[in-house]
Design a protein around this ligand. Sequence first.
Ligand code: ATR
Length: 287
Amino acid sequence: MSSKITGQALVAGVCGQPIVHSMSPLLHNAWLAEAGIDGAYVPMGPALDRFEAFVNGFRGGVIRGLNVTIPFKERALACADEASDLARLAGAANLLRFREDGTIFADNTDGPGLLGAIGVQAPDFDVTAAPVVILGAGGAARGAAAALLLAGAPAVRIVNRTVSKAQAIADALGDKVTAAGEDALPALLADAGLVINATSLGLGGGEGPPADLTLTPQGCVVMDMVYKPLRTEFLQRAQAAGRPTVDGLEMLLLQAVPSFEAFYGQAPPTGVDVRAVALAHLGEGLK
Ligand code: ATR
């Protein structure tokens, strides 16, 4: 919590259900304290059946905005009066801004977080150079596909156990996005420039998706959106195959940056190592 909260404090928060595990309050309040901003960032857990009433109650500038997490991202987009291209394409919003005229603007910073994480951890990656393979077809997969498409990926291949869900994403995103089942993986991996795990496989330390990463070209970047544990079994296999890797924690940290700017009107201060803060919280030790 910021050390200085007055009657003029800028207030924002994060909502989800459950919300208790969210790391966003830790990150934003560490930044607020470091920057000496008169502001606060609070966790909120609205009832599942009252999300719309909860959001609409903030119309008119009660708070600056909200981050939105599982399971409300799609409903958050539907609550908004206007939305960014990325939020519309992703079909989901993780950032709502409450404007003084009572309207709500929806945005999606998961995409910038994903691209930013690749930029930090795999700086040689060129999104326009080769097809992307996304494993999984939930909200996280659709958000990643939308962001990569807008960033210039030549082709995005969604691979999922349930092909109909992958097909639904392809239908929503246009010709450059195609759907396939797991049996198509060997052929799709062979010319991939980026492979992303957007399934829940590997969460909590289990095995990741069964994709054989040795089939990818040298230099193919492998990313895992799962960040508990930080070095997932999937990323360990990528490393063993000599592929550059990108972890999900970096994406989580970088999606918070544009949110902070939207809420508090300035970039987060550079003097706080939020990755170390997050790692300490996750119990992984400093890296
Ligand atoms: P989110 O919205 O966070 O992306 P989700 O909608 O629950 O989460 O999606 C989870 C993804 O993990 C799905 O693509 C799911 O595959 P199905 O659509 O076939 O269910 C994938 N997934 C979860 N467990 C899996 C498993 N054991 N094998 C293969 N895919 C799995």
